[in-house]
Design a protein around this ligand. Structure first.
Ligand code: ZN
Length: 232
């Protein structure tokens, strides 16, 4: 009786766990990092992950002596640490070079169709889409490519789209010294498109409107500029 109960509980937990992931619920606006997240060097992390990937592949029954599979564990480990999850490392954060707004341009600036390549933290599958960012300068401006770099930095983490959206806005608010920043992300989640419900057509839109962008007129203007006709 006791054992049955405990098994049932475990199965229930697993069901809840699955539902949580498939619903893509994000728990926090900060990426949940361990306190010892940066005690190991990138090189040490690659070595450990290499062994873990090898273990997964061997458990699946793959023969890693095959020439085609032999280099995969190292390739994946390097890709995780140096590329697709490199945004976990604060050293990679784009430097905040800002300029004075010499032209006294007081209107909204919109940078649209910024490419987003991220990874769903519930399935470790790609999220691919576009980000559209707007801000109204209060005297400080950033180089246009800075916005792309900020998107890329936060995207290169295990993510949920809502958190990615919020992290981009918060960072720009800090860099620009104004609350008047907005971001909309329109993205496809391969965990939805290629597995589970397998809906190839659907995409997910999230938005975060700070400061003046909460006002109806300003929000409308931003939405008119970007006209969400994003194609992938
Ligand atoms: Zn997912």
């Amino acid at each position: 009786m006791h054992i049955t109960e405990s098994i049932m509980k475990t199965e229930k937990d697993i069901e809840d766990f699955d539902a949580f992931g498939d619903d893509h619920v994000g728990a926090s606006t900060n990426t949940p990092l361990r306190e010892d997240a940066f005690e190991l060097s990138s090189k040490e992390k690659i070595e450990i992950i290499k062994g873990d990937v090898r273990h997964i592949m061997e458990t699946l029954g793959l023969d890693l002596t095959d020439d085609s599979l032999n280099g995969t564990p190292k390739r994946v480990a390097k890709m995780f640490v140096n590329e697709i999850f490199s945004g976990l490392n604060p050293d990679k954060k784009p430097k905040a070079s800002t300029f004075d707004n010499k032209y006294q341009y007081g209107e909204m600036l919109v940078e649209k169709n910024i490419t987003v390549y991220s990874t769903c933290e519930h399935h470790l599958l790609p999220i691919v889409g576009r980000a559209h960012i707007a801000y109204i300068s209060n005297g400080t401006v950033v180089g246009l490519s800075k916005m792309n770099r900020i998107v890329d930095y936060f995207a290169k983490r295990p993510q949920v789209q809502e958190r990615l959206n919020i992290q981009i806005v918060k960072e720009l608010q800090e860099v620009l010294g104004t609350k008047d920043v907005a971001c909309i992300i329109d993205a496809k989640h391969l965990c939805v498109n290629s597995r589970g419900i397998r809906d190839i057509e659907s995409s997910t839109v999230t938005s975060e409107f700070g400061g003046k962008f909460k006002e109806k007129e300003i929000k409308r203007e931003f939405l008119d500029y970007i006209k969400l006709d994003t194609n992938f």
